[in-house]
Ligand binder design. Structure first.
Ligand code: PLP
Length: 446
């Protein structure tokens, strides 16, 4: 369909209700096409996508092998009910199970991340017979009722029903330590002690699960200290609590390993995934399930399901994405890009721009923490800022776009998350655009 840009814009404004927005205060950019690390509008402006859409086009836009696999599956059979056994669904589940750590060998498919979290929590509650779930402040787990209440960032505020059996705790984050720690080791030890205190005072017998992002995504790109996730695993084992890792944003190569948990050799009991599993070409998510939890539902029906569970177009995209990522070494490329290009390049920018308070990340997943003052670490904009309070970040994001880079601004941070397949020349180009845009952020120094 070739549509005139004004027709697209007008129908969008008239009929499309967009996520997270006051509908009259937004002006969505009409997008005409996309390829690799770029998308473009109808006026011929090309944007280097440092957001990978919403951190999911790990293999880039329009990878020909994935496009062909979806086309071939559509020609053969577009859809079939979830209760049947189908070649492409079986193969997608096998390929995912092959990559997940430990004995996470059974896959329950969903349409996206929030549904994966909802189902993982349901499994944990039924498996343990306990009601509560512990999750971290500075987290994002999705926008359905359970998932948004589990979320520990300001997107929960408009939805908080305080009734979903959720208790929040502080995870480790040395730059803004909740524990007044001064080293990673101290932060790790204190965060684990705080979590154990929370478990003990909530009553372990009432806690079904601890839910964590192994590397915190939307709420900050926060890489935990080395001992933290193994320590949480140990606490879960000690108190009979199910350990759920939410790998929706960081799974499938984003941090330079298949799963972020691989960095610390940790195996959860349930692992939620979505996004990168098929680079978002067709909606797909799911839960990878341990042998022990699968056994709970071996002769007892699992009380949950979805019309489109394991949709075969989405599974065809997953099979093609996962095999292509292996063939083309995309996970290794993500690791190399982080270690050799993005990490050093962003740190070099921080040396020259006083508004950069911290650079952190792994693979093709980084954050610049923007501040007004490096000493006090006062954020460039306040927590949960909107409107005029958020103006400095909005101006910074505008400068990126004017330079031809699509940024992922989150609170007072720039998240840097290009496709895992980005080449060296595009990394260099992105860093150059950021260099120019950071001069805008620098003007707000205290
Ligand atoms: N969990 C994490 C860690 C996420 O980053 C997201 C989305 O960004 C979700 C869950 C929700 O996924 P979805 O938007 O597909 O429901």
């Amino acid at each position: 369909m070739n549509a005139d840009v004004e027709t697209v814009r007008t129908a969008d404004r008239k009929h499309v209700f967009h996520s997270w927005s006051a509908q009259e205060l937004i002006a969505p950019l009409p997008v005409a096409g996309a390829e690799g690390s770029y998308f473009w509008d109808y006026e011929g402006n090309r944007y280097l996508d440092f957001s990978s859409a919403l951190v999911y086009t790990n293999i880039g836009y329009q990878h020909p092998k994935v496009v062909a696999a979806v086309q071939e599956q559509a020609a053969k059979m577009c859809t079939v009910a979830p209760g049947f056994a189908v070649d492409v669904r079986s193969e997608a589940a096998r390929l995912i199970a092959e990559r997940t750590p430990g004995d996470l060998d059974k896959i329950f498919f969903t349409n996206g991340g929030a549904e994966a979290v909802e189902n993982a929590v349901r499994m944990a509650r039924l498996h343990t017979g306990r009601p509560k779930v512990l999750s971290a402040y500075r987290s994002y787990h999705g926008a359905t009722t359970g998932a948004i209440n589990l979320t520990g960032d300001s997107r929960r505020f408009g939805n908080d029903s305080a009734t979903a059996g959720v208790v929040h705790f502080w995870g480790p984050f040395l730059y803004r330590s909740a524990f007044h720690a001064t080293t990673e080791a101290e932060e790790c030890e204190r965060a684990l002690r705080h979590l154990e205190d929370t478990i003990v005072f909530e009553g372990p017998q009432s806690i079904a699960a601890i839910l964590l992002e192994p590397v915190v995504g939307a709420a900050g790109v926060i890489v935990p200290p080395a001992g933290y996730l193994p320590g949480v695993r140990e606490l879960c084992d000690r108190y009979g609590i199910v350990f759920i890792l939410d790998e929706v944003m960081v799974g499938f190569g984003r941090t330079g390993t298949w799963f972020a948990a691989d960095h610390w050799d940790v195996t959860p009991d349930l692992l939620c995934f979505a996004k990168g599993v098929n680079s978002g070409y067709v909606p797909l998510g799911g839960v990878a399930i341990s042998a022990a939890i699968a056994e709970t539902f071996a002769r007892r029906p699992y009380p949950g399901g979805l019309t489109y569970s394991g949709h075969i177009l989405a599974c065809a995209a997953a099979v093609a994405t996962l095999t292509t990522m292996a063939e083309e070494g995309v996970v290794e490329q993500s690791a190399r890009t982080g270690a050799e290009l993005l990490g050093p390049g962003l740190r070099e920018l921080a040396e020259r721009h006083p508004s950069v308070g911290e650079v952190r990340g792994l693979g093709t997943f980084w954050a610049l923490e923007l501040v007004r003052d490096r000493e006090t670490r006062e954020p460039l904009v306040p927590y949960a800022a909107s409107g005029a309070d958020n103006a400095p970040m909005a101006a910074f994001a505008d400068a990126c776009k004017k330079g031809g880079l699509w940024p992922l601004a989150a609170g007072n941070r720039l998240h840097v998350a290009p496709p895992c397949t980005i080449g060296a020349a595009d990394v260099a180009k992105g860093l150059e655009i950021l260099d120019g845009a950071l001069t805008v952020a620098d003007t707000h120094m205290a």
